[in-house]
Design a protein around this ligand. Structure first.
Ligand code: CP3
Length: 332
């Protein structure tokens, strides 16, 4: 059993750093593209055998130290009563959107276990097969709220901020409701067998540091508090707020390349694990250059028992697959 990741989450890893990647399975992978010719993305997410197969691809083809369950953070919108589609050109689309307090009571409860049953089934099947730890995940409440309000990816978060600042009280009620649902989703993943979870606050980068402290962080903490005490939770934020994440008591913080990782490490010497943060665009570079970038990062985190190698964000669909394989081989 390869338990490097779980050891690093305890800041007790004595060997090389563990590596896993965000969007570990995806369109950069020929085998995944072949599967996608036969099934839609949502079809894969709703069939346990396909979830198992897709989750295992990077384990078989890349030799990473952890598996992340194949799903999407927006899948939770479905049991909450929203329609979800992935448009090839545009990305995810959610309807109906909620843009004021009248939408809060329309959020359904009680359907997660049933509607996402294949996800939990896949987790228990995978746990019996895997020789590396299995990670679960969910969107952080602020990021989930932003999708339910905007209805699609929308960098400025115009409608989200409109609600947030014109009526903060009901916006907090929305975040509270979504924290509950997110914790339920994660509890079901944990009961099915995941060994750590990651909360993605991908759109919190649109917030000022003050608004991040008011509208994002407390709800990551709220979700964490509803999980079993001591269960490993990794917080990820993109583009900003990396060091603030530590204030909400995570096991590990995961940051992107906008953060100076050794500098961040000095702020949190041993208790919190840190994960990151190679710019995934390095995967476009020639292998000699990719190697230099990886070695620089590894040297800067040398002998850190709580360091987990990862990319600062997901793998772009058009990078050469051989470069992703090469990247992971550099860690082994
Ligand atoms: O990392 C993994 O391998 C696990 C699977 C995973 C996916 N999405 C699969 C996916 C994870 C952890 C996510 C998280 C996710 N989803 C985030 C947070 C991380 C981040 O990107 O900041 C967000 C914001 C989403 C929402 C989402 N899902 C968008 C905006 C899109 C479309 C844009 C895109 O990159 O294609 C998706 C689709 C999606 N989720 C794909 C995959 C493999 C591509 C689907 C396809 O095959 O067409």
């Amino acid at each position: 059993m390869n338990n490097r990741l779980l050891e690093a989450l305890k800041c007790q890893n004595k060997g090389r750093p563990p590596v896993w990647l965000m969007r570990q399975a995806g369109r950069y992978m020929p085998e995944y593209s072949a599967l996608r010719k036969k099934h839609t993305f949502l079809d894969i997410c709703h069939q346990s055998e396909l979830i198992v197969q897709t989750t295992l691809l990077p384990i078989e083809l890349l030799n990473v130290d952890a598996a992340i369950i194949f799903s999407d953070l927006l899948l939770l919108a479905q049991p909450l009563g929203f329609n979800l589609v992935y448009d090839e050109g545009i990305g995810p689309l959610i309807d109906p959107v909620i843009r004021d307090p009248s939408g809060i009571p329309k959020i359904r409860s009680g359907a997660i276990e049933n509607k996402l049953a294949p996800l939990f089934e896949a987790i228990s099947i995978l746990r019996k097969q895997l020789k590396v730890p299995l990670l679960g995940f969910a969107g952080a409440p602020f990021t989930l709220a932003s999708y339910l309000i905007e209805g699609k990816t929308n960098r400025e978060l115009r409608y989200t901020k409109q609600w947030m600042l014109s009526d903060p009280e009901s916006f907090h009620q929305l975040l509270d409701r979504l924290s509950e649902a997110t914790a339920q989703l994660l509890m079901l993943q944990i009961e099915a067998g995941v060994q750590a979870v990651q909360l993605f606050d991908s759109w919190a980068m649109a917030l000022s540091p003050e608004h991040f402290r008011i509208f994002a962080l407390p709800y990551m903490d709220k979700v964490r508090q509803k999980l079993p005490p001591g269960f490993p939770v990794i917080y990820f934020s993109r583009g900003a707020h990396g060091s603030s994440l530590a204030q909400a008591h995570p096991t590990a913080i995961s940051v992107d390349w906008t953060v100076d990782l050794p500098q961040l490490r000095k702020q949190f010497p041993t208790k919190i694990a840190v994960q990151g943060n190679l710019d995934p665009s390095w995967l476009y570079a020639p292998q000699e250059k990719l190697k230099v970038a990886v070695n620089e990062l590894l040297n800067s985190m040398k002998d850190d028992p709580g360091y987990i190698f990862n990319l600062g964000h997901g793998i772009p669909p058009d990078v050469p697959f051989s470069n992703v394989q090469y990247l992971v081989s550099l860690l082994n």
